[in-house]
Ligand binder design. Structure first.
Ligand SMILES: Nc1ncnc2c1ncn2[C@@H]1O[C@H](COP(=O)(O)OP(=O)(O)O)[C@@H](O)[C@H]1O
Ligand SMILES: [Mg+2]
Length: 255
């Protein structure tokens, strides 16, 4: 029995369908994410990546299908039970979404103040621990505007892990960043996995970044995962949409 449990994926999506009016966005998504692994969901803009992510965290409900988180079908939950499941997640947003009027310290402390009764002393300890994870302990007194884009992303991660989630979701973490900052953010994702052992799901249309950080890449196209596997296998998937996506990236000289 213990073995069965150990083999259960952290996230399992089965036959997920979602339309908005007559716009069919997801038409049968199947995807499993193993505990402690990093999966990158790759796809063109407007392909439904963010919609898929919102189902994983229970912000959207499937028209049809199931979303299992640690063996629990969250599509069937609401209210408190769904809140409980959401506590398993940390989110890192595209625009790091920090509060500009708060210091780095207060940004990272925010979820602790909102969701726990930790003392000031405990809060300070956790905030510094999380800032250590992202290598930014020394900036705790600064304001977001005083930091580089890459550092703001790292503070966003420190805040996302403040409540020690099992799963970290990143929505387009490198979109719009220059190549050096992209590397810096990629390293952050790799370090978070190594230091925290979290399960990571990264939504991206950045092939180079996906190849670098992913254990597995899932390619979303026309509402379904049309190819899935380790980065090296994606190149030989033979699916025309994947081939096109990769060759466009190669032409840009990013190889
Ligand atoms: N709440 C919504 N209502 C209507 N349409 C939506 C909604 N959310 C997303 N969409 C549509 O779903 C499609 C996929 O969106 P999205 O998941 O944001 O794409 P991306 O892959 O770029 O993240 C888009 O055409 C978008 O307009
Ligand atoms: Mg998106």
């Amino acid at each position: 029995m213990a073995n069965e449990r150990a083999c259960e994926p952290m996230i399992a999506i089965r036959g997920l369908h979602k339309s908005f009016g007559d716009h069919r966005v997801l038409t049968g998504v199947d995807l499993s994410v193993a505990e402690g692994s990093t999966t990158v969901i790759l796809g063109g803009s407007g392909s439904g990546k963010t919609v898929l992510m919102k189902h994983i965290i229970g912000l959207l409900r499937p028209d049809l299908g199931e979303v299992w988180i640690e063996g629990e079908n969250i599509a069937a939950l609401d209210g408190r039970a769904l809140d409980e499941v959401r506590r398993k997640f940390g989110m890192v947003f595209q625009a790091s979404a920090l509060f500009d009027s708060m210091t780095v310290f207060e940004n990272v402390a925010f979820p602790l103040r909102e969701h726990t009764r930790a003392s000031e002393e405990q809060i300070a300890r956790v905030v510094h621990e999380k800032l250590d994870v992202v290598g930014l302990r020394e900036v705790d007194g600064k304001y977001p505007a005083e930091l580089s884009g890459g550092m703001r992303k790292r503070v966003g991660l420190a805040r996302a892990i403040a409540l020690e989630p099992k799963i970290v979701l990143y929505d387009e973490p490198t979109t719009g960043l220059d190549p050096i900052t992209t590397d810096y953010v990629d390293e952050m994702i790799l370090e978070a996995k190594k230091k925290l052992g979290v399960t990571s799901v990264v939504i991206s249309h950045d092939v180079g970044s996906a190849m670098h950080i992913a254990d597995r890449i899932a390619f979303l196209h026309e509402g379904q995962i049309c190819a899935e596997g380790p980065p090296a296998e994606l190149r030989s998937s033979g699916h025309p949409a994947v081939t096109r996506f990769l060759s466009t990236w190669l032409e840009k000289g990013r190889a």
